[in-house]
Design a protein around this ligand. Structure first.
Ligand code: URA
Length: 423
């Protein structure tokens, strides 16, 4: 095939054939198709979309670009969760051990954060000694003994996606349903999980803010998974407001441990239980009671074993940032609004996130939210505590919080955190 012809086809809004997509992805992975050509193709897809058959072909071609893992030797049902990312989204931390405490294997290949959404591995790395990178053999043995493992995905899974995602990131072509769906699902299908639950976010802190677009993304991914033989369902969940009471790496680990100890903020608990119920249902255990496993310590036991298995000390004190700044209520009333995205950006500016893939993150940086929308506040009461190792970062973080919250007479009614289920 001629690369420029294929770009012209997509530029004019025509679909690409299966053999054309296979060739393009393979040639791009090998370096024959060059980055500027693939960038033009990504923009043509961004502008003109793809048919369902093309999205499936693209997903399969990206899977074929690398290795496929298999958990067949475990003799246990495997089920994984993927979130499209949000502000304060630490749910994987309590969820993986919770689901594993029912005897289901949870292989959770995770990533690092980029931009305002945090990465699960960055959070866990704030636990002294914990290692994200393990071999496939070690992963299988932890899955067999403990049941849950959260680790870095090896570079062998869907290398075409890795290259394409990095290119999309610098060419304004990330926010495109066919490209997002094929990117996420190629990795999840190649990972070899038997079942998959997607937590698709909508609202200010989600990277698909509109409800309708999130719904379409969820349906596209659910169809791709089920077509590929992975039992897949999705929950559409609210990301207008930060999740829970903390944003930032060690701060979110602390909150996750509270949930595993039977406490924690109600939105985090509700979402953890909803996703656990969905995962356990796909794994053939629709009557399992995840709330009971949080209350009686089973989930906490699995968490402790999961952290220890990767060198972490579950009892070690978590790192704390050197500097703190408290924002107080300027007047009395009700916290009316709290917009997720600016809070995510503020935490990122405090050092909880990174601007470039190679940048380090601060383990202790982030924001504690002392109040949530609907809470009554008195003048002078602490609203948020900002944490960072470098006091110079407070100014820019405070700038992004300007206009991000308000105190008024009442707060808008929020619906339940889980707005819909797609299967
Ligand atoms: N996460 C991914 O893995 N891929 C995307 O395209 C977007 C989010």
């Amino acid at each position: 095939f001629d690369t420029v012809d294929l770009i012209r086809t997509k530029r004019s809004g025509e679909p690409l054939g299966t053999a054309e997509i296979d060739w393009l992805v393979d040639a791009y992975t090998r370096g024959y198709v060059e980055d500027p050509q693939m960038a033009a193709m990504a923009m043509a897809i961004f502008l003109n979309g793809m048919e369902r058959r093309e999205i499936k072909d693209l997903t399969l071609a990206m899977i074929a670009s690398g290795e496929r893992m298999s958990f067949g030797s475990l003799g246990k049902t495997t089920v994984d969760k993927h979130s499209t990312g949000g502000v304060g989204d630490k749910i994987t931390l309590p969820l993986a051990p919770l689901v594993a405490s029912f005897g289901v294997a949870v292989p959770q290949l995770s990533g690092r954060g980029l931009g305002h959404t945090g990465g699960t591995l960055d959070k866990l790395e704030s636990i002294p000694g914990w290692q994200a990178s393990i071999t496939n053999d070690r992963m299988l043995s932890i899955l067999s003994d403990v049941g849950a493992v959260i680790c870095a995905a090896g570079s062998g899974l869907a290398p075409a996606d890795k290259k394409l995602y990095a290119l999309r990131d610098i060419t304004g072509t990330v926010e495109c349903i066919p490209l997002i769906a094929s990117s996420i699902m190629s990795k999840k299908i190649a990972e070899g999980t038997g079942a998959l639950v997607l937590d698709v976010k909508f609202g200010s802190g989600a990277f698909m803010p509109s409800y309708e677009a999130s719904r379409e993304l969820a349906q596209t991914m659910v169809d791709l998974g089920n077509d590929a033989g992975v039992a897949t369902s999705a929950l559409l969940t609210d990301m207008e407001v930060p999740l829970g009471g903390t944003i930032g790496n060690a701060l979110e680990v602390r909150e996750s441990a509270e949930v595993l100890a039977g406490g924690g903020p109600s939105d985090v608990v509700d979402l953890t239980i909803a996703l656990a119920t969905e995962m356990l249902t796909l794994a053939g255990l629709p009557d399992a009671d995840p709330a009971a496993a949080l209350a009686d310590g089973r989930a906490m036991d699995t968490w402790r074993r999961m952290i220890s298995a990767q060198g972490g000390d579950p009892d070690a004190p978590l790192p704390a940032a050197r500097e703190q700044h408290v924002v107080r209520a300027p007047s009395s009333g009700v916290l009316a609004t709290q917009e997720a995205l600016p809070f995510g950006i503020a935490a990122w500016r405090l050092g909880a996130g990174r601007a470039r893939a190679q940048d380090p993150v601060q383990a202790g940086a982030g924001i504690e939210l002392h109040v949530k929308p609907g809470d009554t506040v008195a003048e002078g009461q602490p609203l948020w505590t900002l944490h960072t190792d470098e006091a110079a970062r407070f100014e820019r973080a405070l700038e992004s919080l300007e206009g991000a919250w308000s105190i008024g007479g009442s707060a808008e009614e929020r619906g339940p955190i889980v707005r819909d289920r797609i299967s």
